[in-house]
Every structure is written in structure tokens, then in C-alpha cells.
Design a protein around this ligand. Structure first.
Ligand SMILES: [Zn+2]
Ligand SMILES: [Zn+2]
Length: 131
């Protein structure tokens, strides 16, 4: 599969136990639908919320070129989840999501929901494990 930004072949890598397509050139990451959910499988203290249509907001007028879905070729939408950063690309055919370098960390940070309320120490430990 080709990177929607650089058009070079992406590498299948294991990111936190999930196989994702990763571009070595721009460090962008492609997640197939439902793969984000799996990111939190090994972390019992947290769930990472999969983007859901009802929580996504279309972002208009940003200075970022339109990208095509690496799976189906359709132009992807720029969206946020619950109006929080990052802005990422979403395929309207539900193929998956594209995150530019480091956006995925931002996504995880802003969309983790604690299963139990963690202490500050706990939180630091968890973040260390995840990054
Ligand atoms: Zn790339
Ligand atoms: Zn697609």
C-alpha cells in the first residue's frame, strides 16, 4: 500500500501490538478501521476510543492538501474527534484513518478513557509504557 502523502510503499510495522502501515519517509501511519480499538488491548487501565462518525467533526479551510485513501482512492475528509486535536484524515468509505507523524500520539492522549481513575503515578507509568 502506498503512502497517501509521499506515494512510496509503506511498511507493515507493529505499533503497540497492532499491525499498521507506516511510511518511513514522512512517519505517517495508516490504521484500518477498528485497529485503533486494539491499541488499548494490552493496557487494562485505559480504553482508546475509536473514532465514531457521530463524534467526528469535519474540519474545513485548513491549509493541508487533500489526500486520497490508500485503500480505495477516494478523497479523504479532514476530521477531529470531539473537536480535539489532532486533525486527521478519514476515508468516507470507512477504510480507515491516516495520521501524520506524531498525530497518533496526540490522538491517543486525547482519547484515552480511564477504566478506573488512575493516580498521577499510575498515569505516568501508563504513558511510559505506551510511548
Ligand atoms: Zn509518507
Ligand atoms: Zn477508502
Amino acid at each position: 500500500m502506498k503512502c497517501p502523502v509521499c506515494n512510496v510503499e509503506m511498511k507493515l510495522v507493529n505499533y503497540k501490538g497492532v499491525e499498521v502501515d507506516f511510511c518511513e519517509k514522512c512517519k505517517g501511519v495508516w490504521f484500518d478501521l477498528k485497529e485503533i480499538d486494539q491499541l488499548s488491548d494490552g493496557v487494562k487501565e485505559f480504553n482508546i476510543v475509536e473514532p465514531r462518525l457521530e463524534n467526528m467533526k469535519l474540519v474545513k479551510g485548513i491549509n493541508e492538501s487533500v489526500r486520497e485513501c490508500p485503500r480505495c482512492g477516494k478523497e479523504m475528509d479532514k476530521v477531529t474527534m470531539n473537536s480535539k486535536p489532532p486533525i486527521f484524515d478519514y476515508c468516507p468509505n470507512d477504510c480507515g484513518y491516516w495520521f501524520d507523524a506524531d498525530e497518533v500520539k496526540e490522538y491517543v492522549k486525547n482519547n484515552m478513557t480511564a477504566v478506573e481513575k488512575p493516580s498521577v503515578q499510575n498515569m505516568v507509568e501508563i504513558l511510559k509504557r505506551m510511548y
